[in-house]
Structure formats: C-alpha cells, structure tokens
Design a protein around this ligand. Structure first.
Ligand code: GLN
Length: 313
C-alpha cells in the first residue's frame, strides 16, 4: 500500500477537526425528508486496499445514497451489456448542466449523455435485465449496490415516499426519454426503480467501501468479492471525473484533483485509483447540491497526502 494506516488516520482526523465547524450551506429542501435531517452530522471514512476502513465522526449514521447510487447501477449495466453498449445507448459526456436538467436531454440528439445524471440514470435502470420485470430488476440492482458497499442496505421508506410524491421533474424526464426512444423499459417502472435505488440508506463507512471497491479495480477490499472486470475501472472512473459534480465538475477536478460523485443526501464518494476510496457525509449543501463539509474534508485529505489523479503535487 502506498499510504500507511497511520498516515491516513492522521489525515482523516485533521480533516475532521479542520472542517467540523464549517457552517455554510443548507439541507436539500426539494425532497421533504432531506430537509429534516440534523444538519450538523459529519463523518469521514477511508477504505484501504487491505480491507481496513479508517473512520472519524458520524460514520454510522444512515443517510440517503441518492445520486451516488448512479455509479453502481452504471457498472451493473456495463456488466450486463459491456461498456460499448452503455456508451452507445446512454453516453459518457458531461452535460454542463444541473443533475435534473431537461434542457440537457433536448440538447443531446441521440442519447441521454451519461448514466451519472438523472436522465441517464433512469435510462440505466430501464436497461437492467430482466427487462419488464420490476421485482427481479429491483433485486438485481439492490443486490449489486449492497455488494459494492460490502454489507446490507435497506430502503429509507420515508425518503422513498417523500421523493415519489414530489418527483414531477423526474417524471417529465422519464417520459421525455420515451419520446426520444432513449429509455428501454416502461418509463414509470424505470423511474420507480431509480427512485428506490436513490432511497437506499448507507453509512459513510459503507460508501467508503463502495469507493474502495472502485479504487481496488472492482474487487471489494472488505469482502473480497470481484464485482466487475478490472478493465471497466477506467471507464467508470472517467465517467465520475467527467460529471461527478454535474455543472461544477471542472471546478472540482481543478481544485481537488480526485474523481468524486456527490448526492443531495450529503454524501460524496471519491476514488483515488489504486490507493483508496473516501466517503464524507454532511447534510448542508452548496447551491448545486453538493455537501460543503464533505467537499472540504476530501480536499483536505488529498492535499495532505499529496495525491492528485492528474499527476504529482
Ligand atoms: N433522487 C434525487 C433526484 O433525482 C437525486 C439527486 C442528487 O442526489 N443529485 O432528484
């Protein structure tokens, strides 16, 4: 391992104490459940290739995985169809627009552009086999996300209900995809699967293990399960580096230098291929829907360790 457990532990502890008092941001409020989560929660976890996980703060609190779930489902589609078909049917481009943009769908002529924004993620859910069988599709998705995280995950029923009752924009996206032949199963069924996967509860520790699996080229470092062929790692990490922070991904990569995927539940999962996976969680978000404290903590850790996916510091 490039970094010792002590080096990582020091970096995580320092990141926690430097960032714990940051006050900026606000909980997501467009999904009622998220508005009511205690805003001061803050946890950081780092998963290492030897299977250890270094943790600090509220790393056992269960929060909504939301958009971070788009990553495992994209991998599942790669596993079922291969990366070329994912590229052909969904794409690998940045949208340069917010995660739920309808405009982005209208701008792309032939596919939703990336499985890591809402349109492409709903499309990815539509592709999951067996097409047409909602229950079986759900158990395949649920099982795969659990395996990436290394332990069992349950749906936060209140979050599922809350999002299902208010997801009018996502309903428009699903049917617009249908209009352009970019969805490959029933639109309502596909949207429901997407909403359910977003409602899975995870801890920062579990999300770190998911990131650690990516950093470890597809083998979960805790369970030892091989979850996708090694050669898919560069594909999935490139998707994350391209659009993990939506319209601000360029800014993030420029300032942090580590591919990362955010979610409006307050979680961010970051991957340093070959070295480690980080998850940080704190509910208060910036105006684009990215956790303020989690961003600061991840930046602190990579800077402290002197790593950057594009080269040395
Ligand atoms: N389920 C949420 C939505 O579709 C996920 C958004 C996010 O985390 N960026 O609005």
């Amino acid at each position: 391992m490039k970094f010792s457990r002590e080096q990582i532990t020091d970096a995580v502890k320092e990141a926690y104490s430097k960032c714990v008092n940051i006050q900026e941001g606000a909980n997501a409020d467009y999904i009622p459940y998220l508005k009511n989560i205690p805003s001061d929660l803050f946890g950081i976890a780092v998963s290492l290739p030897d299977g250890t996980v270094v943790e600090e703060g509220d790393t056992g609190y269960i929060f909504g995985i939301v958009s971070v779930s788009k990553v495992p489902t994209a991998i599942l589609v790669m596993n079922q169809y291969g990366p070329d078909i994912l590229m052909d049917k969904i794409g690998a481009d940045a949208t340069g627009l917010p995660f739920n943009s309808i405009f982005a769908i209208l701008l792309e002529k032939d596919h939703p552009s990336t499985p890591l924004v809402n349109s492409g993620a709903i499309s990815a859910c539509s592709m999951v086999q067996p097409v047409g069988d909602s229950n079986k599709k759900w158990s395949v998705i649920h099982d795969f996300i659990q395996k990436m995280c290394g332990s069992e995950l349950g749906v936060i029923e209140e979050l599922y209900r809350s999002e299902s009752e208010t997801n009018f924009n996502n309903r428009s996206i699903a049917w617009l995809l249908k209009n352009f032949n970019r969805i490959y199963d029933d639109p309502d069924l596909s949207l429901d699967l997407y909403t359910r996967q977003c409602s899975l509860g995870v801890t920062a520790r579990q999300l770190a293990v998911c990131a650690g699996t990516l950093a470890n080229n597809g083998t979960n470092p805790v369970t030892g399960d091989r979850l996708y062929p090694q050669e898919y790692t560069s594909k999935i990490v490139s998707l994350i580096a391209t659009v993990g922070f939506y319209e601000h991904t360029g800014n993030w990569m420029y300032t942090a230098g580590i591919p990362a995927k955010t979610g409006v539940g307050g979680g961010i999962m970051a991957v340093m291929p070959g070295d480690f996976g980080i998850a940080a969680f704190s509910p208060k978000l910036d105006e684009s829907g990215n956790s303020v404290k989690a961003q600061a903590a991840i930046k602190y850790i990579v800077e402290k360790l002197g790593v950057n996916v594009y080269g040395c510091r």
